[in-house]
Design a protein around this ligand. Structure first.
Ligand code: C2E
Ligand code: CA
Ligand code: CA
Length: 759
């Protein structure tokens, strides 16, 4: 595909553009056939010289101007080049219509002014284009560009300028005008070569064509100059052909797909070879100058080149280490050595720009490990880190080299699939990702099974900016997580409610403000009588777009963003309000709320709980605070303080998820907990698994010996219920009794089973 950016144009404009290119090519080829093969004879010389070239300039100006206004990507540089080319074309028109017909055209003429205008415009355009493609280029690389540019200028000055100056005759202004062209050409070439060097000598089509275009124009100028110097006009036809070809190449350059930026370029000693070569050339010029005087300009340029090269080398050696290191650090994640969020964002923006110009699609995937936090809490952070380090190599297997894999933070990874991709491709990749992640990981001699949820957003179907694509992939990931589907495409039809389609991350605060948090209640019953003694309050988030979200989706987020404190307050408040309603209706239930580590570390917690109880006019005995085993170990001393205060207030403490953490039995002796909740992982299969059954029995006995009450949670069937009753476990909680329900739906059950009065 030659004019890939045209893919985004409406069909009519695309055809017009293709037509213009074709017309330009036809004219140039016709002129070439006439000039080189003599087809048409000399009577066609003048028309070719005047009108064919005018036509080409006008067409090229049109093509470049159209590019500048139609494509937003890198618009500023192309506006500059478009203006330059237009003025250049205008110069030619003026020449063909008027000045060229005069017996003795003035030097300098209006046309010279218009022609020369191309240069400053192109300098600025190229500089802008270079800056646009490669922001943040380090000093050493700029020096490379300067060395290369100076080297070219110095050799050029020695080879071209000398002879021209020697032959120059005429008035000062005429000589100055004629010399302006090669100097301007040299500067331009130096600039382009400098840019090539900034690219690490890797060219994409835009730069290759742009470089070739200006080079051809330089050749044309040189031909004309030598003609002027020799006072002949024999080869002006050839020069004319070169001019046409030169601007034609620039027109082509305007419509190329931009290449990838050069972030991956690293400093190696081999990059020094190029500046070294230019420095050598400059030394050669100096040596030559020693025997044949070349003039001040070549000499100064050669000296400057050598100086810059020396500086460059010194800098390279001094900075090689630290420079690599800081650059790497700025864009990579310390733990996994994958690109970080910053680099991810940049790569995503580039991929969007490329896809926009090519008119094809691409995909963003967000991969989030399931239940990573639990794993981190139970096995410790070093195991968590080790697992995270193993994720990258797995995912890389699935991706192509052009794709970008980054760690976005925590257990979240992002992927830019930078190859034309549609829904089916993206889903296939998501499935492969889930496949490779489902194989067990070897972490500290454990074979760990880790699942992942993948959210996908497509460009341009779902969004057309990097930020929006990431947000939508994030939303899709949460959809996958809450629906337990594993992978999900962003679903735009669920996104019609509000203009500000916020993600969970941005939503949480609003959720708390706007009453999107709800509490469901799961009853706890006496295992023998079935009487309900209390309820556990479990948070739910009624998300406006995603529906009802379960706590395993948003609690970890709330914990990592510091919002858990206000969530706990909100849940406690709702739970106590409901508890008061039940008490008024004659159901003397107690209500349990779950608290997180951050709550326990907050010395204000006891005071807040007292205030909440007072607000709802409830006795302290109406509230049970559930604390998980693992949360007790983050700062045992401080937590012990808070727990003791709560206990002194008369609030019961319950040790949640017992058996999953690492609390030693010794702790049970000192912790002021009144209740132990046997984790559901032991209870669920105790009817069929003898080991589980043994653990449950032993725990019940232990709790009783220590004078604590014991609750079995996760009781899913009547069999288990009966076994627990027989084993002396007084309280049970689980689906066999009731799932967590909104208060209104729980009411019939409370009436049916009855509530023990003395709660
Ligand atoms: P948890 O404290 O262990 O809560 C019990 C969980 O077990 C609930 O899940 C409940 O729906 C589920 N469950 C109950 N009976 C059965 C059963 O028979 N079989 C099985 N397989 N599961 C059963 P849920 O509501 O999804 O809550 C999950 C966890 O989220 C809770 O575990 C708790 O750690 C946390 N959580 C919930 N609400 C809050 C809250 O307000 N604050 C804090 N910090 N954490 C909360
Ligand atoms: Ca609980
Ligand atoms: Ca539990």
């Amino acid at each position: 595909m030659m004019f890939t950016p045209a893919g985004t144009l409406p069909a009519r404009q695309r055809h017009a553009l293709a037509g213009t290119f074709t017309a330009m090519a036809v004219v140039i080829v016709a002129a070439a056939i006439h000039t080189l093969l003599g087809v048409g004879g000399s009577r066609l010389d003048a028309p070719t010289q005047n009108w064919a070239s005018c036509a080409v300039y006008v067409l090229v100006a049109g093509i470049v101007v159209f590019r500048a206004f139609r494509i937003a990507e890198a618009r500023a540089p192309w506006v500059m080049i478009a203006v330059g080319i237009s003025l250049y074309g205008a110069g030619n028109l003026v020449w063909s219509l008027w000045l060229g017909n005069l017996a003795n055209p003035p030097i300098p003429s209006v046309s010279d002014g218009l022609w020369l205008a191309l240069y400053p415009m192109s300098y600025v355009g190229i500089a802008l284009l270079a800056r646009h493609h490669w922001r943040g280029i380090p000093a050493g690389v700029w020096l490379d560009g300067i060395v290369a540019g100076l080297g070219i200028a110095c050799v050029g000055a020695a080879l071209v300028l000398g002879p021209v100056l020697d032959a120059a005759t005429g008035s000062l202004s005429a000589v100055a005008t004629n010399i302006a062209y090669p100097i301007a050409d040299l500067v331009l070439t130096a600039l382009v070569v400098g840019v090539f060097s900034l690219r690490g000598w890797r060219l994409d089509r835009t730069w290759a064509l742009l470089g070739a275009g200006f080079l051809v124009l330089t050749v044309a100028d040189s031909i004309v100059l030598l003609q002027v110097a020799q006072n002949s006009s024999s080869s002006s036809q050839v020069a004319n052909l070169f001019y046409m070809a030169g601007v034609g190449l620039i027109a082509l350059a305007a419509w190329q797909r931009p290449g990838t930026s050069d972030l991956a370029r690293t400093e190696s000693l081999s990059t020094l070879l190029v500046p070294a070569a230019f420095a050598l050339a400059a030394v050669a010029v100096l040596g030559y100058d020693h025997f044949v005087r070349l003039g001040l300009l070549s000499f100064v340029l050669a000296m400057l080149t050598v100086l810059a090269a020396l500086l460059r080398t010194a800098l390279a050696f001094r900075d090689r280490q630290s420079f690599n290191e800081t650059r790497r650090q700025a864009v990579t994640d310390d733990l996994t050595e994958l690109p970080n969020r910053r680099l991810f964002q940049r790569r995503l923006e580039e991929a969007i720009a490329r896809s926009a110009l090519a008119g094809d699609g691409m995909a963003v995937l967000i991969v989030d490990l399931d239940r990573f936090k639990e794993l981190n809490d139970t096995l410790g952070h070093s195991s968590g880190d080790e697992l995270l380090r193993q994720i990258g190599p797995r995912l890389v297997e699935v991706l192509r080299p052009s794709d970008t894999l980054a760690r976005l933070g925590g257990d979240e990874f992002g992927i830019v699939v930078d190859t034309p991709s549609d829904e089916a491709d993206a889903l296939r990749i998501a499935d492969r990702i889930r496949d490779v992640l489902s194989e067990p990981f070897d972490v500290q001699d454990l074979a760990l099974q880790v699942g992942a949820s993948v959210g996908i957003a497509l460009y341009p179907a779902h969004a057309d900016t990097a930020g929006e694509l990431m947000r939508r992939a994030d939303v899709a990931m949460y959809q996958a997580k809450s629906a337990h589907t594993g992978r999900e495409l962003y679903a735009s039809e669920r996104d019609t409610h509000s203009r500000d389609r916020l993600t969970l991350a941005a939503d949480r605060e609003r959720a708390l403000r706007r009453d999107e948090i709800e509490v469901h209640f799961q009853p706890k019953a006496d295992s023998r009588t079935g009487e309900i003694v209390g309820v556990e309050a479990l948070a739910r988030w009624r998300h406006p777009l995603l529906g009802l979200l379960q706590p395993d989706v948003f609690i970890p987020l709330a914990e990592s963003t510091g919002l858990i404190r206000s969530l706990t307050r909100r849940v406690t408040d709702l739970a106590l309000a409901q508890c008061k309603t039940w008490h008024r209706a004659g159901f003397a239930l107690h209500v349990s709320v779950n608290v997180a580590v951050a709550d326990l570390l907050d010395v204000d917690l006891p005071a807040q709980i007292v205030a909440a109880l007072e607000r709802h006019e409830l006795p302290a005995g109406a509230l049970v605070v559930e604390v998980t085993e693992s949360s007790l170990f983050s700062d045992p001393v401080r937590i012990q303080d808070v727990l003791t205060q709560l206990e002194a207030l008369g609030v019961s403490l319950s040790l949640d998820d017992f058996g999953t953490g690492f609390s030693s039995l010794g702790h049970l002796k000192t912790l002021p907990v009144r209740e132990i909740k046997i984790d559901r992982s032991f209870v669920v299969q105790m009817a069929s698994n003898t080991a589980d059954s043994a653990i449950v029995h032993a725990t019940i006995q232990l709790a009783h010996r220590l004078g604590k009450s014991v609750v079995a949670e996760g009781v899913e069937d009547d069999d288990t219920w009966k076994q627990l009753a027989k084993a002396g476990c007084h309280l049970i909680q689980g689906f066999a009794l009731s799932p967590p329900l909104p208060a209104a739906e729980l009411a019939p059950l409370l009436v049916e089973l009855g509530v023990r009065r003395a709660a």
